[in-house]
Design a protein around this ligand. Structure first.
Ligand code: U5P
Length: 377
């Protein structure tokens, strides 16, 4: 049996796909007997209950008065090196290239070449930051200096190569969900709080950023609700929320739309839905579509970024070009009107989530990458 590792993990500990996946991965690695050290500015959201193999090291930033901007990146790099030395870490796995991979590179300089780093690209770090010419060279350096680089979709790998002119190998490691948490939950009584038994529930879950095109969600819903009795549940919060509330009032849809705010138990909430809407402009993976899939809920959305790698058009959902609200509404209505079709999509969702994106499969892939960079067979 291969030896147990001591792994440092740095991620954005707040809500958002990359932080969720990094935290879940740490928990799963700890269950496999590895020792996990989170090095972040606050305790990761979703870390949950105590685990004897998980430790948390807080990065404290010195805000000495001469600093116009407190140097978080330098504090993080120093903390990484300090924890690596003190805890005898085998490697550091950082999620997000900027600034985490850059800090890991600095830490490596302090520790010597024997220390290994793995970087996972989650999307925004490449798709947004790499467009900024002033950061391009720095991101390229961080990626090239990592001992292994992974990305959460083939689309993101292609984009990274194209935008940053990167030729080094990048492993494809899809995001995953824990099948012990994400499965179809009993939601009969919860559903009754929001919809009549004959009504269908459509749902959207996001951070309400412009890139999620929540306005399209409302447009799609309005078209569908002209064809069949339906309710829309909106979960999460973010900058576009008040604009969306306003739009819903203007369209006279208030009595058919419910705002649930930020929710922690997404598996329970999503189990109420008959359909998830994800019409994003850009999506490197689309974690909520996977969470929905694992709970037996098909997705209707856009074919942006990595979504087509996750949602199989005509089997586990339907995808249309970005902004094609007519097309998405047509497919959504078709699926919601036909119970037999809906059931077959539900079965296909459960099968695909369990087989392709399950925690066991993806955790093993990451573990193999760790052993590979450490030269352990
Ligand atoms: N999320 C929540 N609660 C919310 C809204 C979102 O836990 O109220 C989670 C989603 O379930 C998903 C992540 O795991 O945040 C968002 O992923 P992404 O859309 O940033 O990829």
């Amino acid at each position: 049996m291969a030896r147990k590792l001591k792994i440092g993990i740095t991620c954005y500990p707040t809500l958002g796909g990359s932080g969720v996946v990094a935290t879940e991965l740490g928990k799963l690695m700890a269950e496999r007997g590895h020792e996990i050290h989170f090095i972040t500015h606050s305790i990761p959201f979703r870390l949950g209950k105590f685990h004897k193999n998980i430790f948390f090291h807080e990065v404290e930033v010195n805000d000495y008065y001469v600093f116009r901007y407190p140097p978080y990146d330098l504090s993080l790099a120093s903390k990484m090196a300090q924890v690596a030395k003190m805890e005898k870490l085998d490697l550091l796995h950082v999620h997000y290239a900027v600034p985490h991979a850059v800090c890991a590179h600095l830490a490596k300089q302090m520790l010597g070449d024997g220390f290994k780093t793995v970087t996972t690209l989650h999307g925004t770090d490449i798709t947004v930051l790499a467009q900024d010419e002033s950061l391009k060279d720095l991101i390229r350096l961080a990626i090239n200096q990592s001992d292994a680089v992974t990305a959460v979709s083939q689309d993101l790998i292609n984009e990274t190569r194209q935008l940053l002119d990167i030729t080094r190998p990048i492993d494809l490691t899809y995001n995953f969900v824990d099948k012990r948490v994400y499965y179809p939950r009993d939601a009969v009584s919860l559903r009754a709080d929001y919809a009549e038994p004959h009504e269908k529930i459509m749902m959207h879950i996001s951070n309400f950023r412009p890139v999620k095109r929540v306005s399209d969600v409302v447009e799609i819903f309005e078209r569908v609700s002209k064809q069949l009795p339906a309710k829309l549940l909106l979960v999460g919060e973010g900058p576009e929320l008040s604009k969306i509330q306003c739009k819903i009032r203007q369209m006279g849809l208030e009595d058919r739309v419910h705002f649930l705010g930020k929710q922690e138990d997404v598996a329970q909430v999503i189990s109420m839905a008959d359909l998830l809407l994800l019409p994003s402009e850009k999506e490197s993976f689309g974690l909520v579509a996977l969470e929905a899939m694992a709970c037996g809920v098909p997705t209707v959305g856009s074919n942006a970024g990595g979504i087509p790698e996750l949602v199989t058009h005509g089997e586990t959902g339907y995808l249309c070009p970005i902004g094609d609200v007519e097309g998405m509404a047509g497919f959504a209505a078709q699926l919601l009107k036909d119970e037999k079709l809906h059931n077959s999509f539900k079965e296909a969702c459960l099968f695909r989530a369990r087989n392709e994106f399950c925690n066991d499969v993806i955790t093993t892939q990451y573990e193999q990458i760790y052993y590979r960079v450490l030269g352990i067979e």
